[in-house]
Design a binder for this molecule. Structure first.
Ligand SMILES: [Zn+2]
Length: 149
Protein backbone atom coordinates (compact mmCIF):
# COMPACT_ATOMS: atom_id res chain seq x y z
CA UNK A 1 0.00 0.00 0.00
CA UNK A 2 2.77 2.41 0.91
CA UNK A 3 4.59 1.57 -2.30
CA UNK A 4 1.44 2.31 -4.22
CA UNK A 5 1.16 5.72 -2.66
CA UNK A 6 4.81 6.46 -3.39
CA UNK A 7 4.39 5.44 -7.02
CA UNK A 8 1.30 7.56 -7.31
CA UNK A 9 2.87 10.68 -5.83
CA UNK A 10 6.03 10.28 -7.88
CA UNK A 11 3.97 9.87 -11.02
CA UNK A 12 2.09 13.05 -10.25
CA UNK A 13 5.38 14.90 -9.83
CA UNK A 14 6.95 13.63 -13.05
CA UNK A 15 3.82 14.35 -15.10
CA UNK A 16 2.09 17.26 -13.35
CA UNK A 17 0.09 18.22 -16.43
CA UNK A 18 -1.48 14.83 -16.98
CA UNK A 19 -4.86 16.36 -16.20
CA UNK A 20 -4.60 18.59 -19.28
CA UNK A 21 -5.60 15.76 -21.57
CA UNK A 22 -8.97 15.48 -19.86
CA UNK A 23 -9.97 19.12 -20.35
CA UNK A 24 -13.18 19.19 -22.34
CA UNK A 25 -13.79 21.85 -25.03
CA UNK A 26 -16.58 23.13 -22.81
CA UNK A 27 -14.32 23.58 -19.79
CA UNK A 28 -11.72 25.19 -22.00
CA UNK A 29 -14.23 27.69 -23.34
CA UNK A 30 -15.43 28.57 -19.84
CA UNK A 31 -11.83 28.88 -18.70
CA UNK A 32 -10.95 31.11 -21.60
CA UNK A 33 -13.88 33.45 -20.96
CA UNK A 34 -13.02 33.49 -17.27
CA UNK A 35 -9.38 34.34 -18.02
CA UNK A 36 -10.45 37.26 -20.21
CA UNK A 37 -12.84 38.69 -17.63
CA UNK A 38 -10.90 38.19 -14.43
CA UNK A 39 -9.24 41.22 -12.91
CA UNK A 40 -5.64 40.18 -12.46
CA UNK A 41 -5.27 42.29 -9.33
CA UNK A 42 -7.89 40.01 -7.75
CA UNK A 43 -5.60 37.02 -8.12
CA UNK A 44 -3.34 36.54 -5.12
CA UNK A 45 -0.31 34.30 -5.04
CA UNK A 46 -0.25 32.15 -1.93
CA UNK A 47 2.71 29.78 -2.16
CA UNK A 48 4.34 27.49 -4.70
CA UNK A 49 1.80 27.01 -7.47
CA UNK A 50 -1.18 27.97 -5.35
CA UNK A 51 -3.25 31.05 -6.02
CA UNK A 52 -6.41 32.52 -4.57
CA UNK A 53 -9.08 33.67 -7.01
CA UNK A 54 -12.46 35.27 -6.30
CA UNK A 55 -15.64 33.30 -6.93
CA UNK A 56 -18.35 34.77 -9.11
CA UNK A 57 -20.09 36.12 -6.00
CA UNK A 58 -17.38 37.27 -3.59
CA UNK A 59 -18.53 39.00 -0.40
CA UNK A 60 -15.03 39.57 0.97
CA UNK A 61 -11.80 40.63 -0.74
CA UNK A 62 -9.16 38.05 -1.55
CA UNK A 63 -6.81 39.71 0.93
CA UNK A 64 -9.32 39.12 3.73
CA UNK A 65 -9.94 35.64 2.36
CA UNK A 66 -6.28 34.74 2.57
CA UNK A 67 -5.98 36.24 6.06
CA UNK A 68 -8.86 34.08 7.26
CA UNK A 69 -7.41 31.02 5.56
CA UNK A 70 -3.96 31.55 7.07
CA UNK A 71 -5.20 32.27 10.56
CA UNK A 72 -7.76 29.48 10.47
CA UNK A 73 -10.07 31.84 12.31
CA UNK A 74 -13.42 31.34 10.70
CA UNK A 75 -14.92 31.09 14.15
CA UNK A 76 -18.09 32.97 13.34
CA UNK A 77 -20.43 31.06 11.10
CA UNK A 78 -21.16 34.11 8.99
CA UNK A 79 -17.45 34.58 8.42
CA UNK A 80 -17.12 31.00 7.35
CA UNK A 81 -19.99 31.20 4.89
CA UNK A 82 -18.57 34.39 3.40
CA UNK A 83 -15.17 32.76 3.18
CA UNK A 84 -16.45 29.51 1.72
CA UNK A 85 -18.33 31.22 -1.10
CA UNK A 86 -15.99 34.11 -1.89
CA UNK A 87 -12.84 32.52 -3.17
CA UNK A 88 -11.09 29.39 -4.31
CA UNK A 89 -7.61 28.05 -3.81
CA UNK A 90 -6.30 27.13 -7.24
CA UNK A 91 -3.23 25.46 -8.62
CA UNK A 92 -3.10 26.08 -12.39
CA UNK A 93 -4.01 22.98 -14.41
CA UNK A 94 -3.90 20.88 -11.27
CA UNK A 95 -6.63 21.52 -8.75
CA UNK A 96 -9.20 23.93 -7.42
CA UNK A 97 -11.35 24.06 -4.30
CA UNK A 98 -14.51 25.18 -6.10
CA UNK A 99 -17.38 22.64 -6.29
CA UNK A 100 -16.61 21.75 -9.90
CA UNK A 101 -12.87 21.53 -9.33
CA UNK A 102 -13.33 19.17 -6.40
CA UNK A 103 -15.45 16.86 -8.53
CA UNK A 104 -13.65 16.93 -11.86
CA UNK A 105 -10.11 18.10 -11.06
CA UNK A 106 -10.33 20.60 -13.89
CA UNK A 107 -12.52 23.69 -13.84
CA UNK A 108 -12.50 27.15 -15.40
CA UNK A 109 -10.29 28.46 -12.58
CA UNK A 110 -7.47 25.94 -12.82
CA UNK A 111 -7.52 25.93 -16.63
CA UNK A 112 -8.09 29.70 -16.72
CA UNK A 113 -5.00 30.35 -14.62
CA UNK A 114 -3.10 28.01 -16.91
CA UNK A 115 -4.18 30.19 -19.83
CA UNK A 116 -3.22 33.42 -18.04
CA UNK A 117 0.21 32.05 -17.18
CA UNK A 118 0.79 30.72 -20.70
CA UNK A 119 0.94 27.18 -19.36
CA UNK A 120 -1.97 26.14 -21.50
CA UNK A 121 -2.67 26.90 -25.14
CA UNK A 122 -6.34 27.20 -25.99
CA UNK A 123 -7.47 25.67 -29.25
CA UNK A 124 -8.44 27.84 -32.22
CA UNK A 125 -12.09 26.86 -31.98
CA UNK A 126 -12.22 28.24 -28.44
CA UNK A 127 -10.52 31.46 -29.53
CA UNK A 128 -13.10 31.91 -32.28
CA UNK A 129 -16.12 31.26 -30.10
CA UNK A 130 -16.40 34.65 -28.31
CA UNK A 131 -15.94 36.41 -31.65
CA UNK A 132 -18.56 34.39 -33.44
CA UNK A 133 -21.10 37.19 -33.46
CA UNK A 134 -18.77 39.56 -35.25
CA UNK A 135 -18.39 37.32 -38.26
CA UNK A 136 -18.25 39.38 -41.42
CA UNK A 137 -17.77 42.69 -39.67
CA UNK A 138 -14.19 43.64 -40.38
CA UNK A 139 -11.12 41.87 -39.17
CA UNK A 140 -11.31 39.64 -36.13
CA UNK A 141 -9.60 41.00 -33.05
CA UNK A 142 -6.22 39.60 -32.20
CA UNK A 143 -7.19 37.92 -28.97
CA UNK A 144 -3.92 36.11 -28.52
CA UNK A 145 -1.94 39.34 -28.47
CA UNK A 146 -4.30 40.94 -25.99
CA UNK A 147 -3.78 38.08 -23.58
CA UNK A 148 -0.04 38.58 -23.51
CA UNK A 149 -0.22 42.21 -22.44
ZN1 LIG B 1 -12.53 26.12 -9.78
Amino acid sequence: MEQMLTDWSEASISSPFAAVTSISPDTELHAYKWSVRINRSDILHWFNTFYVVPSSTPTITMTVWLDLYRSGQCALFDDFVAWQTSGWLVSPLTSCTCPIGLKQYTCKHSVGLGILFNMYQVTDSTLCEPLGKRKGKGRPKKVRTALLL
